[in-house]
Design a protein around this ligand. Structure first.
Ligand code: SF4
Length: 376
C-alpha cells in the first residue's frame, strides 16, 4: 500500500513561525493546479505495481483552492493510479476557509478527513503566531465541521512564550469539547529566517522555554490519555481506528509520491525532493521535466531513519528487524549506545522491541541521534 502527497504551496499570510514552502501570491494558482495534475500523470509509472491507500493535500494551505480544483486533482489520481476502495483522503484546512458552505461542498466530495490548523483557542496566541483566523472562526468551523465529518484532526501548538500550564490545559479541554478523534500537537520551534526568529533576536518576543514545553507536553500526554486517545507518535494522538493512515505510512517506511514544489518522495530505496520554488516547478513540468533531486539511501541512512521513526512511534524499534535487515554489527552498536538510556529509564526493551519510556518520549529525537551511525 502506498500514498500520494500533494503540496499546495499557497497561504493567505505568513505565520510568524513557519518555514514551510509557500507563497502568499496567488497569481500562479491556476497554472499550479494544471502543473500538479500533470506531475500526477507523469509519475504514474512509479506506482505501476502499487495500490494507493491515502491521498493527502498538505501545504501551504490546501483549503485556499476551489473545491473544484481539489476534485480535479483527486480525479487525476483516480485516472492514473489504482486506488483502494475507501482511501483516506485528507485535506489540511485553515478555519478562515471553512465556511459552512465549503464544509458541505467538501463533504460531498471524496474527501473524508480534515486536518484543521487551529493552533490555539486564545486570541493573543493567534495574533502572536500571525494566523489568518480568529478565535470565533476556529470555534465556528469546528462546530460545523464535526457535523459533516467524523474523521477530523486538529493541530495545536504548545510552548508558546508566556503560555501558562493552566492556559495550555484550557486549550486542550476546549479541543476535547468538540469531540474530535485526532489531535496533532507540536512545540513552537524557532526556525531560522522566520519572523519569529527575528522578533526574538530583537527582544520583542521572549524565547520559548524548553522546560515549559516539556511540562506542556506531559500535560498533553496525560490529558489526552485520560480521554481515550492513544499516543501513537511523538506529536500525534488518535482514538482507536483514527490514526492518520497517511502519516503512519511514512513512519512505517511505506512508499509515497510527493507531488508539487518542495514535496518529498520515497520508494523504499531512494528519497526524492522537488524544487522549492513555484515558478521553477511550473516551468519544469511544462517542459515535461520532473524538477526532482534523488538520493539513494545507504544502509546506514536506512538504519538511522528506522531508529528515528521507531523511537517516535508506539511501534518502537524491533531489535530482531535490526539484526535481520542490517546485521549483527548494527545490533551490537545499537545495544551498546542504548545501554546508558536504559539505565537512565529513558528507553526500555520489551519483547525485543526498544521503546522510549514516558520520561524519554519528549526527548526521543535527541536520544535517537545518539543511536545513529555515521556514514563512513
Ligand atoms: S498556514 Fe500553515 S503553511 Fe501557511 S504560513 Fe501558516 S503554518 Fe505555514
Amino acid at each position: 500500500m502506498s500514498g500520494i502527497y500533494i503540496h499546495i504551496p499557497f497561504c493567505k499570510q505568513a505565520c510568524h513561525y513557519c518555514d514551510f514552502h509557500f507563497s502568499t501570491s496567488l497569481k500562479k494558482k491556476d497554472e499550479m493546479v494544471l502543473a500538479l495534475a500533470k506531475e500526477i500523470q507523469m509519475r504514474k509509472s512509479e506506482f505501476q505495481n502499487e495500490i494507493v491507500e491515502t491521498i493527502y493535500f498538505g501545504g501551504g494551505t490546501p483549503s485556499i483552492l476551489q473545491i473544484a480544483d481539489l476534485k480535479f486533482l483527486i480525479d487525476e489520481v483516480y485516472r492514473n493510479y489504482k486506488v483502494v476502495e475507501n482511501p483516506e483522503i485528507t485535506v489540511e484546512a485553515n478555519p478562515d476557509d471553512l465556511t459552512e458552505k465549503r464544509i458541505i461542498e467538501l463533504s460531498k466530495n471524496k474527501v473524508n478527513r480534515l486536518s484543521i490548523g487551529i493552533q490555539s483557542f486564545f486570541e493573543d496566541d493567534l495574533k502572536l503566531m500571525n494566523r489568518a483566523h480568529n478565535l470565533e472562526e476556529a470555534k465556528k468551523c469546528l462546530e460545523i465541521a464535526t457535523q459533516y465529518f467524523d474523521n477530523i484532526s486538529i493541530d495545536l501548538i504548545y510552548g508558546v512564550p508566556e503560555m501558562s500550564n493552566e492556559k495550555w490545559l484550557q486549550n486542550i479541554e476546549t479541543a476535547l469539547s468538540f469531540g474530535v478523534p485526532h489531535i496533532s500537537s507540536y512545540a513552537l520551534t524557532v526556525e531560522p529566517k522566520t519572523a519569529l526568529h527575528s522578533f526574538i533576536q530583537k527582544g520583542i518576543i521572549p524565547q520559548p522555554d524548553d522546560e515549559v514545553a516539556q511540562e506542556h507536553f506531559q500535560i498533553l500526554v496525560d490529558k489526552l490519555s485520560e480521554n481515550g486517545f492513544i499516543h501513537y507518535e511523538l506529536s500525534n494522538f488518535g482514538k482507536e481506528k483514527y490514526f492518520s493512515k497517511n502519516n503512519s505510512s511514512y513512519w512505517l517506511g511505506k512508499k509515497y509520491i510527493g507531488i508539487g514544489p518542495s514535496a518529498h518522495s520515497y520508494d523504499g530505496k531512494n528519497r526524492g525532493w522537488n524544487v522549492s520554488n513555484n515558478s521553477l516547478y511550473i516551468k519544469s513540468i511544462q517542459e515535461n521535466k520532473l524538477p526532482i533531486e534523488i538520493e539513494t539511501l545507504t544502509k546506514t541512512d536506512r538504519y538511522n531513519e528506522y531508529i528515528m521513526t521507531g523511537l517516535r512511534t508506539i511501534w518502537g524499534v524491533s531489535l530482531h528487524r535490526i539484526e535481520q535487515e542490517f546485521g549483527k554489527t548494527y545490533l551490537d552498536y545499537l545495544n551498546q549506545q542504548a545501554a546508558k538510556f536504559i539505565e537512565d529509564h529513558l528507553l526500555f526493551v520489551d519483547d525485543n522491541i526498544l521503546r522510549t519510556t514516558k520520561k524519554g518520549k519528549f526527548l526521543s529525537d535527541g536520544i535517537a541521534s545518539d543511536l545513529f551511525l555515521l556514514n563512513l
